[in-house]
Design a protein around this ligand. Structure first.
Ligand code: FES
Length: 109
């Protein structure tokens, strides 16, 4: 597929792509405080696991703004492939989430 002027496709393709909500809202916001600091802690836990596996080229972890769930505890995470939406994710869940995601792929991380 050809793209417009100024845009190009890059030949990189993660086997697992994790989006972690780190959205923080102001105190008293109607939708709650957001994943905020919990999301940052979850993001850091995923990054540590990717570092430990030296899997930076195949497992991508990215911060995201609100992913639409806004849990009271932990953070919302979306895991590709499969677009699995997980709520209430805590840092201690990072390893099992990655193992499950890698297990759903047909490629090695
Ligand atoms: S603020 Fe994290 S999912 Fe909405």
């Amino acid at each position: 597929m050809a793209y417009g002027v100024g845009m190009r496709e890059v030949p990189l393709r993660p086997i697992v792509h994790v989006l972690v909500c780190t959205n923080a809202r102001e105190s008293g916001a109607a939708l709650g405080p957001g994943c905020g600091e919990s999301g940052e802690n979850v993001y850091d836990a995923f990054k540590r696991e990717v570092d430990r596996r030296a899997a930076h080229r195949t497992i991508w972890i990215a911060r995201a703004r609100c992913l639409g769930v806004c849990p009271k505890h932990g953070a919302t995470v979306v895991v590709h492939p499969g677009a699995k939406v997980l709520a209430d994710v805590e840092p201690a869940n990072a390893v099992e989430v990655l193992l499950a995601a890698v297990g759903r792929t047909t490629r090695e991380p």
